[in-house]
Design a protein around this ligand. Structure first.
Ligand SMILES: [Zn+2]
Length: 267
């Protein structure tokens, strides 16, 4: 009965609102304006649906995960000691907790456009602020950079003309310029889509090299307290490629390139 009452109240309110709008539009009211009015009501209702679903998901999380694992969550309220720092793309399709199953407290995560890491010399950004906290305060043992297929940020990097615009996106993705130049030099025979795929992986390695420019990261690498890893999530085929930077090999190689160990392919 309550629902019927709510529906009737809502409908009465809707008619009153429509009547008020019609008085403003004149007589006879424009049918297009009436349709626009109903469209706005539908959009408003669908917005409510989105948050109703979100509320349902939150309450489901609370009962099935939070309350069911209350000891774990109580411990987390006192502090965090994540095993990983993860740097992933902001793309809505590639949430690392979702695809790699990180539980709360397990991965300190920063997400940015195209999962890029600027060099130490390039100055402050939210990415290296997060790095500093994860490495120096949380003392994470692993940094994992996760790239992915069909990355719009890498496509923007590959498409942009030098100095063609001053957008925020260009100013950010230029961080991966070395990966773009390397891709153009070694994969120019490929079509553009495949060049982008090549660059998606190349830029992960470029970011791994950029991590080596941070003195406090290199110090922990030398002591064996930190490992750097690359990961590539192909969401078209649902595969994941993982590799680890061979720090000593990369340093002694002397060619400013990533030497890889422990490469594996999950499919
Ligand atoms: Zn992306």
């Amino acid at each position: 009965m309550l629902n019927v009452h709510v529906f009737e109240s809502g409908f009465t309110f809707l008619l009153a609102d429509l009547r008020f709008q019609c008085s403003k539009w004149g007589n006879p009211a424009d049918p297009v304006q009436i349709l626009d009015f109903f469209q706005s009501i539908v959009e408003m209702e669908s917005g409510r649906d989105l948050f109703d679903k979100m509320k349902h998901r939150f309450l489901s999380f609370k009962s099935h995960k939070y309350i069911a694992n209350s000891e774990h969550y109580q411990a987390l309220s006192k502090g965090q000691a994540p095993k990983f720092m993860v740097i992933a793309c902001a793309d809505s399709r590639v949430c690392p907790s979702n695809i790699l199953g990180f539980e709360p407290g397990e991965a300190f995560t920063v997400r940015n456009v195209a999962n890029l890491v600027p060099t130490f010399e390039s100055g402050p950004s939210e990415t290296n602020a997060a790095l500093e906290f994860a490495v120096n305060s949380l003392e994470v043992r692993n940094i994992l950079i996760v790239g992915h297929s069909c990355c719009g940020g890498i496509r923007a990097l590959m498409s942009m003309q030098d100095d063609a615009d001053s957008s925020f996106i260009r100013s950010w993705v230029i961080v991966g310029k070395k990966a773009k130049l390397s891709t153009k030099a070694t994969a120019s025979n490929l079509d553009f889509d495949r060049q982008c795929t090549h660059c998606e992986k190349e830029s992960i390695n470029n970011s791994l090299l950029n991590l080596l420019t941070y003195p406090w990261i290199e110090e922990r690498l030398k002591k064996g307290l930190l490992s750097l890893h690359g990961g590539y999530y192909d969401f078209v085929d649902c595969t994941f490629e993982k590799w680890t930077l061979d720090y000593k090999g990369s340093i002694t190689d002397g060619n400013n390139r990533v030497i890889v160990k422990d490469r594996s392919f999950w499919c």
